[in-house]
Each structure stands twice: as structure tokens, then as C-alpha cells.
Design a protein around this ligand. Structure first.
Ligand code: DP6
Length: 392
């Protein structure tokens, strides 16, 4: 019997205006709009293959080398939404993997669901039509809210919309990945342990208990979204950086205003905030910006010209193996680091915390999901995962 399959990849996105809180849990409609940068898939991506055949006995999914339950409610919802668009002949086998640690707070669910949705659309050969109608964003959103922003490259906003049906709660590209060629991103991996409170349950508790969230959603984010879009359009780095840090700070303040409180930042995260603050003070102009999602890892947005100095300092403060000249601290786009000057170190005036950052990924804005060719499929021509242990 015929086995049809497609393989796609999709990017991670990191918000600079955060999504936190749903006004509708069922349809995944947010309490405020949000805006993110899509990261290059050269360094961070999800890859998904989907095969469909009448010969398969049931729907199955393999994630990062292990078979998982297909009964996951979010996954079921996406499958159902696709069934409504076009009935699936037979059953599906889905195989997906990330090229970065899952649940490290690196938005793996966003890339994963964006990839699944894009692959389904490709399987039905309806990518273009569904994109035009905002359907891809609508379905991705129901897998994981932030996934709808991974459906596009570059700078992307998720408009909260006002329709109770959610028809106008969709992602829109603000500017393509080529718009701001100097923009760079450093992901400081503090921990690749699974995070303590999931985004889904954390934001639910915030909506139920935080008065500050109400204030944020109605009085802060609407104006901030306008300012952020303007900063991106005019490539005003200082404005972009300050809004990014303020929004991250407010998101974590809202977490602390939740009852019982949620703390995602740890001591290392706080040292990174202190480091960036002092560095910007020393420079006399905002030169680097931090942001934190639902975990302790920091993501820095900075211009290309500042990467070398910031990385040299981060290496000095946070990496134990500097003296050995081992370069594996920085993955992604290669950069030479050197010992920072005494003057710079005394201006920053911080103690060293060797080993507190495990490694750094140096990357830049990138494009949206891609259709890959069959040679990159994670499934065999018969529709089973290429890794041997999961095949029964
Ligand atoms: C802190 O999209 O993971 O990363 O919709 O419940 O799946 P669900 O939540 P999710 O939340 C992301 C929260 C965030 C901020 C952001 O990406 O905007």
C-alpha cells in the first residue's frame, strides 16, 4: 500500500514582547499581543517527517528518538483541526527531533508545533492556501501559543485579536530576516534541566491570581507593541534593546505577582542581568539586551559589532576552562575571544562565577519553516523511524 510522506524544518522564536496569559484556554487566545524574533535554523530547529498510509494500524508519534503517546490533548487538537480541513486517508506516523536540548526553556514546543503544522499543510499540498487564510497560524497556536510566531521568519507579531472565535488572533510578519543584518543573538545556556513550572500551568495561575497581569495587558503592552514595531522598522537598536529588557523584567515581575509565586530566574540569571546593566553603564549607551523566558537561560540581543567584546567578557566571568584555550564554550557562528582588558574588568567590577554558564549559542535572525527533500526524511520509505530501537 502507498506511503506518502513529507519532511519539514521549523525555527525557534524568542519573544521581545512576551505572551503570558490566555483569555480562552480552549482556543489558546492570549490576553495581550506579543512580538518575537525567529532564529536561524542553522543552529536551532525542529525537523518533522509525517507519513500517511492506509497500511498503518494507528496514529503514532516519535519525539527525539522515543515513541510518545499520541493521546497528548494539544496534539489531538491539531490532528482534529487538520482532519476538518482534509480527511486523512488511513493513519499517520510522525517523527520529530530538535537539534537542541528539549525543555531547556528554548521554546522547543513552538518549533515542534510550527513544524508539525507546516508538514501537514505540505502533505495536503495546501501550504499556500492555508497560509493566506491564516489557518496555519490558527492551528499552530492551538498546539502551543508561541508556535504561531514560528510560522514566519524575521520579526513576527502575534495579534491578540478580538473575535471570540479567534479568527483574528494570528501571527503576522513585521519584517523579514534580511531586514536587520547586524542583529545577533546569544543564547546563554545556564541549565538544560527541565523547567519547574510549565508555561501552560504557570500562565494559568497568573491569570487567576495576578492583578499586575491585568495592568500589563491593558495599560502597558498595547503601547509597547507600537514602540517595538517602530524600533524594528527604523532599526533603532537602543530603543529595541530597552523595550526588550523592560518587557522581560515585567514578565518576571508578573510571575512573582502570581500566587503562589513563580520564579524562573536563578542566581546566574541575576548575575547576567547585573553584568549587562554594568556593561551598558560602562559603554554609556545601551549595547546589549537580555531577555528570559520560562527558565533561567538568558537570551541576549546585540549588534554584530558588540559580539566579540561581550563574548570575551562572558567567557572570562562564566566559563571554567578559559586558560586551556578550549573553544567549545561558543557554538554557532564562530567568534575569536580574547582576555578582556583590566580597565574593562575593573569597570564591570564583578566576581567570576566559573562554570555557571554551560555554553553559548551564537546565532542571528532566520527564515520561517522549510520544506526539505526526501533524503532528509526521519522516516524510512515504509514510514518507520530511521533509528532502529523504536521500530517494532
Ligand atoms: C515565556 O507558547 O509555551 O516563552 O500556549 O501554553 O503552550 P502555551 O505556552 P507557550 O508560552 C510561551 C511563553 C514565553 C513567552 C513567549 O514566548 O512569548
Amino acid at each position: 500500500m502507498e506511503v506518502r510522506s513529507v519532511t519539514c524544518s521549523a525555527p525557534v522564536n524568542i519573544a521581545v514582547v512576551k505572551y503570558w496569559g490566555k483569555r480562552d484556554e480552549e482556543l489558546i487566545l492570549p490576553v495581550n499581543s506579543s512580538l518575537s524574533v525567529t532564529l536561524s535554523q542553522e543552529h536551532l530547529k525542529a525537523t518533522t517527517s509525517i507519513a500517511v498510509s492506509e497500511s498503518f494500524e494507528r496514529n503514532r508519534i516519535w519525539l527525539n528518538g522515543r515513541e510518545e503517546s499520541i493521546e497528548n490533548p494539544r496534539l489531538q487538537k491539531c490532528l482534529k483541526l487538520f482532519e476538518e480541513i482534509a480527511p486523512i486517508p488511513g493513519h499517520v506516523h510522525i517523527c520529530s527531533e530538535n537539534n537542541f536540548p528539549t525543555a531547556a526553556g528554548l521554546a522547543s514546543s513552538a518549533a515542534g508545533y510550527a513544524c508539525l503544522v507546516y508538514a501537514f499543510a505540505a502533505l495536503y499540498e495546501k501550504k499556500h492556501e492555508l497560509h493566506e487564510r491564516g489557518d496555519l497560524s490558527r492551528i499552530a497556536r492551538q498546539g502551543s501559543g508561541s508556535a504561531c510566531r514560528s510560522m514566519f521568519g524575521g520579526f513576527v507579531k502575534w495579534e491578540m485579536g478580538s473575535e471570540p472565535s479567534g479568527s483574528d488572533s494570528i501571527a503576522i510578519q513585521v519584517a523579514p530576516e534580511t531586514h536587520w543584518p547586524d542583529m545577533r543573538i546569544l543564547i546563554l545556556v545556564v541549565s538544560d534541566q527541565k523547567k519547574s513550572t510549565s508555561s501552560t500551568s504557570g500562565m494559568q495561575r497568573t491569570v487567576e491570581t495576578s492583578k499586575l497581569l491585568e495592568y500589563r495587558a491593558t495599560s502597558v503592552v498595547p503601547e509597547r507593541m507600537r514602540q517595538m514595531e517602530e524600533a524594528i522598522q527604523s532599526k533603532n537598536y537602543v530603543e529595541f534593546a530597552e523595550l526588550t529588557m523592560k518587557d522581560s523584567n515585567q514578565f518576571h515581575a508578573v510571575c512573582l505577582d502570581t500566587y503562589p509565586p513563580i520564579t524562573y530566574l536563578n542566581d546566574t540569571s541575576k548575575k547576567v542581568i547585573q553584568f549587562i546593566t554594568r556593561y551598558n553603564q560602562y559603554k554609556g549607551v545601551t549595547t546589549a539586551a537580555y531577555t528570559f523566558d520560562a527558565g533561567p537561560n538568558a537570551v541576549l540581543y546585540l549588534e554584530n559589532k558588540s559580539v566579540h567584546e561581550i563574548l570575551s567578557l562572558l567567557k572570562y566571568y562564566f566559563w571554567p576552562l578559559l586558560e586551556n584555550g578550549n573553544n567549545s564554550f561558543v557554538k554557532g557562528i564562530p567568534v575569536e575571544c580574547e582576555n578582556p582588558s583590566k580597565e574593562l574588568l575593573s569597570a564591570i567590577g564583578m566576581d567570576r562565577s566559573p562554570g555557571e554558564i554551560q555554553y553559548i549559542i551564537h546565532t542571528k535572525p532566520g527564515p520561517g519553516p522549510q520544506l526539505l527533500d526526501q533524503s532528509q526524511s526521519l522516516l524510512t520509505p515504509e514510514g518507520y523511524p530511521r533509528f532502529s530501537q523504536a521500530v517494532d
